[in-house]
Design a binder for this molecule. Structure first.
Ligand code: HEC
Length: 155
């Protein structure tokens, strides 16, 4: 009888621990923000890296959009591919751990949408289709900015 009690105690402790770990993975390193969004708490270097990626996103958007208008599908493919999943290769795992699951999903989905534009540009080569994909992609920029922010933390 005593052994069973000990066993149950161990099971409950393990469940609580694993729940805590899963919760950490899903929620990331976050705090409430007074503007209603979720603050993602990154180190100075990590924040600078993400914001530099963001500025590169604007450059990619502009380039892809202009190339679609010019119907230069080879250029569309090259620029979109550079902004796709390939660009994620250098993201440190320690940074990904701090980013909440919902933000990670939006970020990866945005990269994948750039890859889909590259695919369209290389294969069906239809500018209108690529334009529609770019329009949909920009909704990810909007959704993420409405939900998350990166406060500057003085270290
Ligand atoms: C996965 C979430 C996410 C996605 C997707 C995303 N952003 Fe951001 N972006 C952020 C966050 C968070 C900030 C910081 C905002 C803040 O602190 O108010 C930011 C900031 C920026 C900034 C400011 C950069 C600076 O130097 O301060 C620009 C520009 C930007 N994003 C452009 C884009 C564009 C364009 C897209 C779409 C192609 C995009 N972002 C997609 C999360 C995202």
């Amino acid at each position: 009888m005593k052994n069973i009690k000990v066993l149950w105690t161990i099971i409950v402790i393990l469940l609580i621990l694993s729940g805590f770990l899963i919760n950490k993975f899903v929620s990331g390193k976050v705090a409430k923000s007074d503007d209603g969004r979720i603050s993602v708490l990154l180190s100075k270097d990590e924040r600078n890296l993400v914001l530099a990626e963001m500025r590169a996103f604007v450059v990619s958007l502009q380039g892809v959009s202009q190339a679609i208008t010019a119907r230069d599908m080879e250029k569309v493919a090259d620029l979109a591919e550079k902004a796709g999943m390939a660009a994620e290769a250098n993201t440190p795992g320690s940074l990904l751990q701090k980013i909440p699951l919902g933000m990670k999903q939006l970020g990866f989905d945005t990269r994948k949408k750039f890859d889909e534009i590259a695919e369209t540009a290389r294969h069906s080569k239809e500018p209108v289709k690529a334009r529609k994909q770019l329009d949909a992609l920009m909704k990810n920029c909007i959704a993420c900015h409405m939900t998350y922010r990166l406060p500057e933390i003085i270290e």
